[in-house]
Design a protein around this ligand. Structure first.
Ligand SMILES: Cc1ncc(COP(=O)(O)O)c(C=O)c1O
Length: 495
């Protein structure tokens, strides 16, 4: 066990005695031939779906009642042919979802995984990897260190930085705020600051770590939806004077609504001077850092104490592939390392990190493998070009909107997000009427067009929103969606 030099390369012997007693096959195993056939069938289904996808709608769904009638059944005592089960899944369950990887999926934060990354999840599950501790998964843990170190370098973080893969941005935010709270000495009357554009997961993370809801300060943002520095300064000053303990400021590097990037340099200066932990939520926007443009836009991110970024968003990985990096890697272990007798055998040398000591999760899948395999397969250049394409398509969409007599841009395009609405020039429609028109147009795109858009609020204005991140999206996809929106808008204004 710990400390001995046992290699895992020997062939394990199987106890034939216990096999006889308990029966090696209790009905949960499959013949190799069947395993292969099923894997091929699953791959066939997926590849065929990928080919069909661009011609289908970006959304499919059904009401609860219909789905319940199909699916709400007791588990069978005896099984049925696996191929039949697989076919049912592909026919009755998985298609009823937003196709987030559709080239015309512009809603929420879309995501289009690469094939090697899908296979990586299959491989990691097949080997049943648990990256809980070094002893349990040394090779996979080393791989996670490698990929975390790639991210560290892309973000221009110091060598002292460390981190871990998480389920996503919400989990990364929670882990970050735990670290922030511990770094601040776990004070009473803690306060946390974020812009009114920050994702709700940050607010929830603050609540989970024990910050009272009324002590979460939603700092107003400016007309470009970037956090207002004066308002932040004022809030912190007033709180300190009233005896509160500010423990963290959260910045957006790609707000989910508008793509806004908060003033990262100014926030870093402020947090440094005030001795407050700066967390940057770069869940969707962070991977822009692999492009020159993104590097410029995200300048200052490297000064944050922690950064959350999701490879399952703009780095083309299947769910789940979140990540948290902290500037001083030791802060995570300081915050999370808790001894448990049953895990005492995990102590194996001094320089072997146990990922379970860095965050909330104990058992953890090998999320780093998908990033590693897909970057190895395509090269970082391909990822760079794909991210850049999203930004360029959004710029073109903005230019299209600005030239259209029917459409109006509502915020400057940022990190692939375009916020706009129907508001024909020469009309003087009041806000209520405009909202109704735009809601109707959104619904018509939803029901009548292949594309899927979503909406948001910019200030108090109802906004249509295109989030252009998928690597399969072309200008044709964006243009035709804008044309449909314009057409529906014109019809709504002059029926
Ligand atoms: C800016 C931002 N932060 C956090 C999150 C939450 O991330 P996740 O859904 O991976 O937990 C999202 C999700 O879209 C996001 O866009």
């Amino acid at each position: 066990m710990p400390g001995d030099s046992k290699s895992s390369r020997g062939t394990p012997s199987v106890s034939t005695e216990s096999e006889k007693e308990l029966g090696a096959d209790n009905g949960l195993q499959m013949a190799p031939e069947l395993m292969l056939n099923l894997a091929r069938k699953a791959a066939d289904i997926l590849v065929e779906r990928n080919e069909r996808l661009p011609g289908e709608d970006a959304w499919e769904g059904d009401f609860r009642q219909g789905l319940e009638e199909e699916l709400l059944k007791d588990p069978p005592e005896d099984g049925r042919p696996a191929a039949e089960v697989l076919e049912q899944v592909a026919r009755e369950i998985l298609p009823f979802a937003t196709r987030l990887d559709h080239p015309r999926c512009f809603a929420f934060i879309p995501s289009s995984p690469t094939w090697p990354s899908v296979l990586a999840d299959f491989m990691a599950a097949g080997y049943n990897i648990n990256t809980v501790t070094w002893l349990v998964a040394s090779g996979p843990s080393q791989l996670e260190l490698v990929v975390i170190d790639w991210f560290r370098r892309w973000l221009d973080y110091p060598e002292s930085a460390g981190g871990l893969f998480t389920s996503g941005g919400a989990a990364a935010s929670l882990d970050a705020l735990v670290a922030a709270r511990e770094a601040a000495g776990h004070p009473e009357r803690a306060t946390v600051y974020m812009s009114d554009q920050s994702h709700s997961v940050l607010r929830r993370a603050a609540m989970i770590i024990g910050v009272r809801p009324e002590c979460i300060r939603m700092v107003p943002s400016d007309p470009c939806t970037r956090l207002d520095m004066e308002a932040l300064t004022r809030a912190v000053t007033e709180d300190r004077a009233a005896g509160f303990s500010p423990i963290a400021v959260c910045a957006n590097a790609g707000a989910a609504s508008t793509g806004a990037i908060d003033p990262l340099e100014a926030m870093a200066d402020f947090c440094e001077a005030e001795g407050i932990w700066l967390h940057v939520d770069a869940a969707y926007g962070g991977f822009a850092i692999v492009t020159e443009q993104g590097k410029g836009l995200l300048h200052g991110i490297e000064r944050a104490d922690s950064i959350g970024l999701d490879a399952h968003k703009w780095f083309f990985q299947p769910y789940e592939a979140g990540c948290l990096l902290v500037k001083d890697g030791r802060t995570l272990e300081h915050a999370f390392e808790v001894h448990h007798d049953v895990l005492q055998d995990t102590i194996w040398g001094a320089d072997h990190p146990n990922f379970a000591d860095r965050g909330l999760q104990l058992s953890r899948s090998l999320r780093a493998l998908k990033v590693w395999m897909s970057v190895q397969t395509f090269g970082l250049g391909a990822f760079r070009r794909a991210v850049l394409k999203g930004m360029e398509l959004a710029d073109r969409a903005e230019a299209y909107v600005r030239e259209s007599p029917t459409l109006e841009i509502l915020t400057p395009v940022s990190l692939g997000i375009v916020c706009f609405r129907i508001n024909p020039t020469g009309t003087d429609l009041d806000e209520k009427v405009l909202e109704e028109i735009n809601r109707n147009v959104l619904a018509r795109v939803f029901w009548e067009d292949r594309a899927l858009m979503s909406s948001t609020l910019v200030g108090k204005m109802f906004s249509l929103r295109l989030c252009i991140l998928n690597h399969t999206t072309t200008w044709n996809d964006v243009r035709e969606t804008l044309e449909a929106t314009e057409r529906f808008g014109q019809e709504a204004v002059s029926p």
